[in-house]
Design a protein around this ligand. Structure first.
Ligand code: ATP
Length: 494
């Protein structure tokens, strides 16, 4: 797919989301605010289903995991202890020629093989290479971070670790006259109380995880959890990202679903492998196609000094393979830091050995919004044969499960359809629509991802049956109208 086609796909998804009420630009009537998004009537349902399924799978569905909901504003010392004040930076570069400002990894990166002189450049996550060399690249060389290619094996001559970075250039004008990278802290600051001095500065949390770590003792003391155990949380996080874009992929306000799984330090590797597999499976359970998902283990140089391992789940978005979730073996770093900074004891008492231990943690950190973008991208289907656009959403995720439609707006059909609607609505999210041609009404529902349509037609008046239409196959079967709820419940496995 050429780059413009990829952008076109994102544009189409963006307009479908707006047209059908999934996602709107925030504060649109004032010209919008960059990289903040509002979920509309369908979007909020989709989001709720994704979060509910995560919670069910990772918290309520497991014996050894509990949930919590920490506040967004926390004591500033939390972020000193966690390392965010010192280290949560992105390198920012200014172009001296056109004055553009961009994140270092968004620069044009020129790479070369030191053995065979093979050259390519990476621009916005895409490899740009002369056509005759394109075959040398395998699909899995696509990734967001250009630094990923540094020291990789040459795709042409095969020499191990021979690719090096020649230079970087401005993504806007191509100039190599750039400022050195400056570190820019990504945390949003605000003020507590009436005075706006530095003493009153607090941060909007850039991740939910720290709310779990600082409550470790509270949770251990109020539950009877035994290692290994987990604490899960879903909530808003804020990052003053330098480079945003790709719709809801990277925004300044977003939601995370995080699970901190505490284990005996000597068992962290085993549990890391376990959670990588669990999380990889979860996306497939959401209905995401297996071929569009992959795992990417971080190279040693990419790892934070305290992390033993980190693996990302990546999705093949229209703009390239990108991170959906990170699963990291963070050892005892987080609890150690808070123990040191707060002077409080935070440990787990192991009755078998009669000792206090600081557990290691395996963290899985997923973005709600990125999961939504994944679900939408994966479900988007242009059915050219039937001239319609369909969101082939997993029925469990579909905001509306069934549309109830009278074929025409007369002969008592609307009354029968309304009565069916009242019944069905008590059991599942349903939608009643009597305006416009039946074809247009079906198409609207196809775009909304509604898996089923029930139509009341003239035969209903004779024998009390209605048609049940399947969104994906377009198959229509007749069923007695009194059986609709049961049939739908069975089909949706409710
Ligand atoms: P990236 O490299 O893409 O900025 P990250 O490695 O900084 O992501 P983490 O700190 O590991 O991300 O956060 C965990 C998850 O939170 C990510 O995998 C992603 O799903 C989500 N996330 C992080 N930053 C954003 C953002 N700005 N917008 C939307 N989701 C985000």
């Amino acid at each position: 797919m050429a780059k413009s086609e990829k952008n076109e796909l994102m544009d189409k998804l963006y307009s479908l989301c707006k047209r059908r009420g999934f996602i709107f630009q925030s504060s649109e009537i004032y010209g919008g605010i960059t990289s903040c998004w509002d979920y509309g009537p369908l979007g909020v349902e989709l989001k709720r289903h994704v979060k509910d399924l995560w919670w069910q799978e990772n918290v309520t569905g497991r014996e050894e995991v509990v949930g919590m909901d920490a506040s967004i504003l926390m004591h500033p010392k939390v972020w000193e202890a966690s390392g965010h004040v010192e280290n949560f930076h992105d390198p920012l570069i200014d172009c001296k020629k056109c004055k553009a400002r961009f994140r270092e990894d968004k620069a044009l990166h020129y790479f070369k093989c030191e053995k065979c002189d093979f050259q390519f450049r990476v621009n916005g996550g895409f490899i740009e290479v002369k056509d005759e060399f394109r075959t040398y690249f395998k699909d899995d060389l696509y990734a967001q971070e250009p630094t990923f290619y540094q020291k990789s094996d040459c795709p042409k001559c095969g020499t191990a670790g021979s690719i090096f970075l020649e230079k970087i250039a401005c993504p806007t004008c191509g100039s190599t006259e750039l400022s050195p990278a400056r570190q820019f802290n990504l945390m949003f600051k605000t003020h507590f109380g009436p005075s706006e001095d530095t003493a009153s500065e607090v941060y909007l949390r850039p991740e939910t995880a720290q709310g779990i770590f600082v409550n470790f003792d509270n949770v251990v003391n109020t539950t009877r959890l035994k290692l290994p155990f987990g604490i899960g949380q879903i909530g808003k996080a804020f990052r003053n990202e330098i480079t945003t874009g790709n719709f809801i992929f990277r925004s300044r306000e977003f939601e995370q679903m995080e699970l901190e799984y505490f284990v005996k330090p000597e068992e962290s590797q085993k549990w890391h492998e376990y959670w990588v597999e669990q999380r990889f499976q979860w996306y497939q359970k959401l209905g995401i196609k297996r071929e569009n998902l992959r795992l990417r283990a971080h190279a040693k140089e990419e790892l934070a000094h305290y992390a033993r391992a980190c693996t990302d789940v990546e999705y093949k978005f229209a703009f390239g393979w990108s991170e959906l979730e990170g699963i990291a073996d963070r050892q005892t770093f987080d609890l150690d830091q808070h123990i040191k900074a707060s002077g409080k004891k935070m440990s787990y008492f192991e009755t078998e050995t009669n000792t206090h231990i600081v557990p290691a943690v395996v963290e899985s950190s997923a973005g709600v919004d990125r999961s939504i973008l994944t679900v939408l991208s994966d479900a988007y289907w242009e059915d050219t044969e039937h001239d319609r656009t369909v969101l082939k959403l997993n029925p469990k995720l579909a905001p509306i499960k069934v549309a109830i439609l009278p074929l025409v707006n007369k002969d008592g059909m609307p009354e029968i359809a309304s009565a069916i609607f009242s019944d069905v609505k008590k059991q599942m999210a349903a939608f009643y629509d009597q305006t416009g041609s039946i074809g247009r009404r079906y198409r609207r529902q196809d775009e909304a991802g509604t898996p089923f349509g029930v139509t009341v037609d003239s035969q209903t008046l004779e024998d009390g049956t209605v048609t049940l239409r399947d969104r994906d196959t377009l198959e229509q079967v007749r069923i007695p109208k009194d059986n609709i709820v049961k049939v739908l419940r069975d089909k949706l496995a409710l």
